[in-house]
Design a protein around this ligand. Structure first.
Ligand SMILES: [Zn+2]
Length: 390
């Protein structure tokens, strides 16, 4: 399976300037190639090469590899655009947005990501440095840093191209890793149901609750500060607001990594699969007061679901997705389903059999049951192929 690892580069000011100049040059060249591709209607690499390769090398002084990448990047951008036009991302054909998107060449931002292959970028994992091509010559000994676990994955499994990106003045390499996955457990003894929520971020049918109270409180504080800073509308306030947004995202990601690791390890240890709700349901069925809505939309449910899915795939633990309808109103003992079974937010009390349990715990039991049915009906794991882990 493919995983993506992101490492942060720590270039010296001179190296950073060289990287910046490189990105700008490559993107200028790609933007020019995109114009050529548009005018000549040459949007496949072989055709575009004929029209643009020599001039890219001559005019921007790019080496053979970099010129090839500029052409490939341009063609990839047109492929993506074509796919987006086709699946309606720009509205219907003939609409203003559709016409605007299809009626002009693709333009690359000066700091758009640049792909690097093994001839342009080499890794020294022991020393935590890379040697990277730039328009100012090869930059040697550019330091990088990342989390230990991810650096191990990188050293052992990196394959193919990496992308150089600049975000908020910081430099990153995004590397693709090809990881062996364990053989899928084709005979799970049952399913561990996982209910994702707001008060409890994840509740398993084993009764383990990953509470989000502390996170929610911190998030609220951050959001208050953030809106205050936004109102101020000065440069330094904007900078601080951005910093806080990044901090929140990192904290959530870290928490999601820990929760998903525990859940997958537990399923693997006990020979079970994992059942999750189809994630799009969470937003649709939630009816909430306004202040809670902000919490809901900023909560990275999708991320936790994706983390569980890829960690499970790696471990050979099957994952199934179940219909989320009424999981919170159904009694997990007698299956009586009614809104009246939920006398309060956190409490489940069945009106028929009298079964009482924590509401999320009851829901996770339902998810586990449904997961078993989905599995028996022959559904396969639908874990996504490529997931960002850093
Ligand atoms: Zn009941």
């Amino acid at each position: 399976m493919k995983l993506v690892v992101r490492v942060k580069l720590l270039p010296t000011p001179v190296q950073a300037a060289a990287l910046e100049a490189t990105l700008h040059t490559c993107n200028e060249a790609a933007t020019w190639a995109a114009e050529v591709a548009f005018e000549e209607n040459a949007r496949r690499p072989l055709e575009l090469r004929k029209h643009a390769y020599a001039e890219i090398r001559f005019r921007w002084g790019l080496g053979a590899q970099a010129a090839q990448h500029a052409i490939k990047k341009t063609c990839d951008a047109y492929t993506t655009l074509r796919a987006n036009l086709r699946n309606g991302r720009y509205g219907r054909p003939g609409s203003r947005r559709h016409t605007r998107a299809s009626g002009k060449p693709v333009v690359f931002r000066p700091e758009a990501a640049q792909p690097y292959d093994d001839r342009m970028l080499s890794w020294q994992h022991q020393a935590h440095t890379v040697s990277i091509w730039s328009t100012a010559g090869r930059l040697k000994g550019v330091a990088f840093t990342g989390q230990d676990g991810q650096l191990e994955v990188l050293a052992a499994h990196r394959r193919g191209e990496s992308d150089l990106v600049c975000q908020g003045g910081k430099w990153f390499l995004i590397a693709t890793c090809d990881i062996d996955e364990a053989a899928l457990n084709a005979h799970p003894v049952g399913f561990l149901g996982v209910d994702l929520g707001i008060v409890n971020i994840a509740t398993t049918s084993d009764g383990e609750r990953h509470c989000g109270r502390r996170i929610n409180r911190k998030r609220e504080q951050d959001r208050n500060l953030w809106s205050k800073l936004q109102k101020k509308n000065t440069k330094s306030a904007k900078r601080r607001a951005k910093k806080y947004a990044g901090k929140e995202a990192r904290r959530n990601k870290d928490i999601n990594h820990k929760i998903s690791k525990r859940i997958v390890a537990e399923a693997e240890r006990t020979g079970r699969g994992i059942a999750l709700e189809i994630l799009t349901g969470i937003r649709e069925r939630a009816r909430l007061r306004k202040p809670q809505r902000a919490t809901l939309h900023s909560l990275p449910f999708a991320q936790l679901g994706a983390f569980i899915a890829y960690k499970a795939k790696r471990a050979g633990v099957p994952v199934v997705y179940v219909d989320p309808a009424y999981t919170s109103q159904e009694c997990s003992k007698c299956h009586h389903t009614a809104r009246g079974n939920r006398p309060a937010q956190g409490v489940f009390a069945c009106r028929v059999c009298g079964f009482v349990e924590h509401a999320d715990h009851n829901a996770s039991h339902n998810i586990a049951h449904r997961g078993w049915y989905v599995w028996v009906c022959g559904a396969r794991s639908t874990a996504p192929e490529l997931t960002l882990i850093a």
